[in-house]
Design a protein around this ligand. Structure first.
Ligand code: UDP
Length: 366
């Protein structure tokens, strides 16, 4: 059999490309080393609860085209992510907003909150924050940094805030209104039938082989081009060095109670709790089951043989990645994509945008 494209990885990037390629009459084969499709957005239906097996995914975007695009494949509910953070015996709303500040300092107005933050940042003289610690202190002051950011970030990234890039904390909104929406994006929701169903639809009519490692079959499949969504450094046998990633271990439990924590996401921000957060999956879909399923997330350094989740986009890794990228740009028949192929802390909407951009170029779409 002869294919136009061999797509390595049945995650969101590969599936969007496969869907668009099929529409233009190209013949693709999708492979994945895991026994299931959908990569890290895979959800598993456990008696009606969609369990996010590789961590919580909340779809959010400000791009109407991307929102319309994903809505072709599924209906979305009106879920708005509003995590809470527990620091020792104190509970705060996230993201950092008037509810957080009011609880932290017993104040009511934006002016009072701003005054306290100003007092706490006075004398710091940070004009252009050089790292996550400086960025966080500048934005929210010492108290919020110490209670809600420092311990959580250290657990999640295994590095001090001083050694992490500032952009990571800029993912979170900071507001002086009483608004607990974790995202500023115009569109947000969770697919009513889970994410796996979306990828299933994208791959409909495309040959898909699971439990199949690219390196085992690459010489046996006759394809003009390869779309590779695995780790770019692994593809090159780590010959320029190993890129760093964070991994996550999940401890998932079914509990015979209908509502364990009252929210889909509860972050544990102090460093004396070993996990970073607990996800109660049913709340993403307003589940009414008499039981519940929770996952505790433990963050750890990635090592060969376990799943990579988060690229560590600091200077050292970004410069190593750019060397791999240079190599990849010399390739004629292989294109890299996705969080691992681009070594980028992408959200789902950005993955779709990147895949569609590639489609435009590669498939001459308008
Ligand atoms: N963060 C924090 N405290 C929190 C939640 C997030 O300090 O309670 C910081 C932390 O550095 C984290 C970053 O904000 O890595 C981005 O968080 P986000 O929730 O976007 O991470 P993701 O959901 O991608 O794991």
């Amino acid at each position: 059999m002869k294919y136009d494209y061999l797509i390595a990885g049945a995650g969101l990037f590969g599936a969007v490309f496969a869907y668009e390629a099929k529409k233009t009459g190209k013949k693709c084969i999708v492979i994945d080393k895991r026994p299931h499709i959908a990569g890290n957005i895979y959800t598993e239906n456990n008696d009606g609860i969609h369990v996010h097996k590789y961590g919580a995914h909340i779809f959010h975007t400000s791009d109407k085209n991307i929102w319309d695009y994903i809505n072709q494949f599924s209906e979305f509910n009106n879920y708005i992510n509003s995590p809470v953070a527990i620091y020792n015996d104190e509970l705060y709303n996230l993201p950092f907003n008037m509810n957080t500040f009011s609880k932290m300092w017993g104040i009511k107005t934006p002016a009072e909150a701003k005054k306290i933050i100003e007092e706490q940042t006075n004398g710091l003289s940070i004009s252009e924050p050089a790292n996550l610690e400086e960025q966080a202190l500048k934005l929210v002051g010492r108290d919020v940094y110490e209670k809600l950011i420092k311990g959580y970030t250290k657990k999640q990234w295994g590095r001090e805030c001083k050694d992490l890039p500032a952009f990571i904390i800029k993912r979170l909104p900071l507001r002086f209104t009483y608004d607990n929406n974790y995202f500023n994006d115009r569109y947000q929701g969770i697919p009513v039938d889970g994410y796996t169903a979306i990828v299933e639809k994208m791959l409909e009519g495309t040959e898909t082989r699971l439990s199949t490692d690219y390196f085992d079959i690459k010489d046996k499949v006759d394809a003009d081009k390869v779309i590779y969504t695995g780790m770019i450094d692994e593809y090159y046998g780590y010959k320029l060095g190993v890129l760093e990633y964070r991994s996550v271990r999940f401890e998932t439990e079914r509990l015979e109670c209908s509502n364990y924590q009252g929210n889909a996401v509860v972050n544990y921000t102090s460093d004396n709790v070993p996990y970073t957060r607990i996800i109660e999956h049913k709340h993403f879909n307003y589940g009414k089951q008499p039981f519940t399923i929770i996952s505790r997330e433990y963050s750890l350094e990635w090592t060969k043989g376990i799943e990579p989740y988060y690229p560590v986009n600091n200077e050292k890794n970004d410069s190593l990645y750019s060397q791999y990228k240079e190599l990849s740009e010399k390739e004629e028949n292989i294109i890299f994509g996705g969080r691992l192929g681009h070594y980028k802390y992408y959200d789902m909407d950005k993955v779709i945008a990147a895949a569609l951009l590639l489609c435009k170029k590669e498939l001459q779409l308008h």
